[in-house]
Design a protein around this ligand. Structure first.
Ligand SMILES: C[S@@+](CC[C@H](N)C(=O)[O-])C[C@H]1O[C@@H](n2cnc3c(N)ncnc32)[C@H](O)[C@@H]1O
Length: 229
């Protein structure tokens, strides 16, 4: 369970969007209510330069900074409207920044940690792997990549996961990408993808969730140099 201070940080992060258009404000409140971002935050290093890929309106990036003032955070998203709203929310601080960008096409800048929250399922498996490889290129050896994702499983919660995305992405049209279908990997597929992208990874189950939510805690693996014959 997140502590009182993380919950307070989430409240402060949500409050940043108080002057956003009402639909976006509702969306941000919905993300705060449905996504348990406070649980994810605790796995992110307390200090350093953190890049949040697919940041959307930037709520998770704001939470990262509100929860620890020794973090500097850059959020990147394809959706210019969301980024514009995020920028209004962080006008008062120089420690948070949002940029428009395609996380499949461009690697992030060098950083101390990368976070990806509820984004990968919108991308084909090949593009998910590109994003992971891009993240690896930005991190030093042992550098952490924290990914919140959902797994494909024989589990009623997987039906709930899929149905919710059909509503928010396809019917409400609030999220870019994934219009035709979604790409939830099995645990084995996720392990293989992270390994091929240069990470070692463990899985943290998110408790008390109606979805198949997990957190992949990955670290950039040492680069193996070929030994002489
Ligand atoms: C479900 S939202 C999650 C947003 C945010 N991470 C959060 O937790 O609130 C998924 C986001 O991924 C972004 N996205 C999808 N494909 C992308 C791409 N190729 N490059 C950058 N952002 C992308 C979408 O624009 C959307 O804002």
């Amino acid at each position: 369970m997140p502590g009182a201070s993380t919950s307070a940080a989430l409240n402060r992060a949500v409050h940043r969007y108080r002057s956003a258009p009402v639909v976006d404000r509702l969306f941000v409140h919905g993300r705060a209510f449905l996504s348990d971002l406070a649980f994810v935050e605790r796995f992110v290093p307390r200090k350093g330069f953190i890049v949040d890929l697919g940041c959307g309106h930037g709520l998770f990036a704001c939470l990262l900074r509100e929860a620890s003032d020794t973090r500097r955070v850059l959020g990147i998203d394809l959706d210019a409207k969301k980024v514009a709203i995020g920028r209004v929310a962080i006008q008062d601080t120089q420690w948070l920044r949002f940029e428009i960008g395609d996380i499949v096409a461009q690697p992030p800048p060098k950083c101390d940690a990368v976070t990806i929250v509820d984004v990968l399922y919108l991308l084909s498996f090949a593009d998910q792997e590109r994003v992971l490889r891009n993240a690896a290129s930005a991190l030093g050896e042992g550098g952490p990549l924290i990914v919140k994702a959902q797994e494909r499983r024989t589990d009623p919660r997987y039906a709930v996961t899929y149905a919710q995305e059909v509503v928010t992405v396809t019917l409400l049209g609030r999220t870019r990408g994934g219009r035709e279908r979604f790409f939830f990997p099995t645990r084995e597929e996720a392990f293989a993808m992270f390994t091929r992208s240069g990470f070692v990874m463990e899985v943290e189950e998110m408790p008390r969730r109606p979805y198949t939510d997990v957190i992949y805690l990955a670290r950039k693996a040492p680069v193996r140099t070929p030994t002489a014959p």
